[in-house]
Design a protein around this ligand. Structure first.
Ligand code: FES
Length: 577
């Protein structure tokens, strides 16, 4: 059989001036002639950064990938991408997800790569890399960094984020001292890795696995477990095989069936609401229209199986010891597209065939689910014509059908200025409404949706209230929080017209969210409304405001949807000065 031509030969296999330059300049790194003998070049796209604590160990993961690439006869070249650190980056990493996706896509396109290994970890780094790889369509396999070890404080297990919110609420209610809080701070984050609840990072790692873009079992292995490095080495070896075979490419893996599988997996694990936005955006890159109603259709027929915080009791380390995502996927096979191709070259069903559950309280069988329906539901109604999202698995049962009067905050600053005002006219039946926190309004749609409970109510023992906004919420958060209201208030969505005292009705079983005012009144308020001036007039921020799509469309840029696959013949041509 004639071997497939490798794209990298357009750089290194040439006997002309350009070939001389490409080989000669790379020799500055100390490579011998052997690396140019026709072996595939494997790019390792690394989102390592000391500013992204969740990804700070990815240089070690890259070393393990390189070991695999060399041992399989490839030539690994690691390159940096921008990195998005959820905690330190302001105003929000979501403002930069599309920028990172562009970075990844254009690096894959511009460099002599036959396949690429994507190293991600913190929340947005995983979808951004999948979006970029889907658009470039060069064979790609992902390795995520893995979750931190479980937090341990006194006799308690602490989950990142989820327990931070809980402990902070305890402090605001004066049930915890500053000293105790400080002690817990050190005990929560005690190893490398990303947040170890089923927050956005763990969810998106699970989505990458359910989509078929990682080796089986990738999502849950703790960052500091030696098996994470072994999996990275195997992924490097697999990347070489993919380069030599010319696939599978993302276009062969990221199919309509794969997205159905990922949505069902998301529902079964009680995944982050952010998965909705990211899956829509990744699908858009693959040329697949993924309407919000598909999430709700699949949510209604997918049981919640995974008992991990914030929807359940355990942490990601327990999930790994119980068997991890392969067990969930095997359990779900009756409702999945088991024939979907994965980067292993095998079907999803074959990839999980050997999975076994070791703890049925952590991963329930289909016959004993935690809840009959999936974790996330999609709401519609006159307050959210484009849809809204609620995580019912992390919400309060007594608020699933609720009618209450709006207490309105005009923006995030207004919320923080007044939420603890003793004179705020609010009680536990009120509905907290926060405006101007969506994709354009905030800007960047930060995780500001889980508005704090007013401290005067906290002190009375109130733990949850209905909250509504066009923001997102951390995947580690919990509560009866309606998110992603679209269109957002900043572009004149109905949320912009809600006033203090308006009656709002939430009915989760019926999937509705309604503002109880007359149509005439809504028209009057719309006519009197004026948008705020834009946050940016230049630079990347201007690009963002001019092109970002609404939440129900995945918040990608309008001009980035779809793909322009890299073609072998596109890559030749002079590049030297
Ligand atoms: Fe990175 Fe939570 S802060 S995953």
């Amino acid at each position: 059989m004639t071997p497939r031509p490798l794209r990298s030969r357009n750089w290194f296999g040439r006997r002309d001036l350009d070939g001389f330059a490409h080989r000669s300049w790379l020799k500055t790194e100390g490579f011998s002639d052997h690396v140019f003998d026709g072996r595939p070049v494997i790019g390792i796209a690394n989102s390592w950064s000391e500013l992204t604590n969740c990804n700070a160990h990815l240089r070690q993961v890259a070393d393990a990938v390189k070991r695999g690439v060399w041992s399989a006869g490839g030539f690994p070249l690691e390159f940096p991408t921008i990195s998005l650190g959820e905690v330190l980056m302001k105003p929000t990493t979501m403002l930069f997800r599309n920028l990172m996706a562009m970075d990844v896509e254009e690096c894959i396109r511009a460099y002599p790569l036959d396949a690429v290994v994507l190293l991600s970890g913190c929340d947005k780094t995983t979808p951004a890399m999948l979006m970029g790889a889907a658009s470039a369509d060069v064979p790609a396999i992902m390795v995520t960094g893995g979750p931190m070890l479980s937090g341990k404080w006194r006799t308690e297990e602490l989950g990142s984020g989820t327990d931070l919110w809980r402990l902070w609420a305890e402090r605001r209610a004066d049930r915890l001292t500053d000293e105790e809080l400080c002690e817990a701070e050190s005990c929560m984050s005690r190893s490398s890795g990303h947040c170890m609840v089923m927050g956005t990072a763990s969810t998106m790692a699970s989505m990458a696995e359910a989509l078929g873009m990682t080796l089986s079992g990738n999502a849950a292995i703790p960052a500091s477990d030696s098996r994470r490095m072994a999996l990275a080495e195997l992924s490097g070896r697999r990347a070489v095989e993919m380069a030599l075979a010319g696939g599978p490419k993302p276009s062969e893996v990221l199919t309509t069936q794969a997205f159905d599988n990922a949505i069902r997996a998301d529902m079964a694990i009680g995944g982050s609401t952010n998965a909705v936005i990211h899956l829509v955006a990744i699908a858009g890159r693959a040329g697949i229209d993924l309407p919000l109603r598909r999430f709700d259709e699949l949510s209604r027929t997918t049981p919640l199986l995974v008992n991990v915080r914030p929807s359940g009791k355990y942490l990601m380390e327990d999930f790994f010891y119980a068997g991890g995502l392969p067990v969930v996927l095997k359990e779900l096979l009756p409702v999945l597209h088991g024939e979907a191709l994965t980067v292993t070259g095998k079907s999803l069903a074959d990839s999980v065939a050997a999975a076994r559950c070791w703890n049925e309280d952590v991963i329930r069988p289909l016959t004993m689910p935690i809840a009959a329906e999936g974790g996330t539901v999609i709401l519609t109604g006159n307050l959210c014509p484009g849809g809204a999202v609620l995580k019912q698995s992390a919400a309060s049962a007594h608020l699933m059908v609720h009618r209450g009067r709006a207490v309105v905050f005009e923006d995030h600053q207004d919320l923080h200025r007044r939420i603890d005002d003793p004179d705020l006219p609010v009680d536990e039946t009120s509905v907290l409404v926060v405006k101007q926190v969506g994709p354009r309004g905030a800007p960047g749609m930060p995780e500001w949706g889980a508005a704090p409970i007013p401290s005067k109510l906290l002190r009375r023992g109130v733990k949850d209230m209905v909250r509504i906004s066009d923001a997102r919420m951390s995947g580690t958060s919990y509560g009866t929080v309606v998110l992603h209201v679209s269109p957002e208030s900043a572009v004149g969505g109905p949320l912009a017209f809600v006033r203090n005292g308006d009656e709002i009705e939430l009915d989760v079983p019926k999937r509705t969210l309604a503002l109880r005012i007359g149509d005439d009144e809504l028209v009057r308020r719309r006519a009197a409304w004026t948008p705020r001036p834009p946050h940016f007039t230049r630079g990347y921020g201007r690009l963002f405001l001019d092109h970002v799509l609404q939440a129900n469309e995945g918040c990608d840029f309008d001009f980035l949807r779809g793909r322009t696959p890299v073609r072998f013949e596109d890559t030749a041509g002079p590049s030297h000065a």
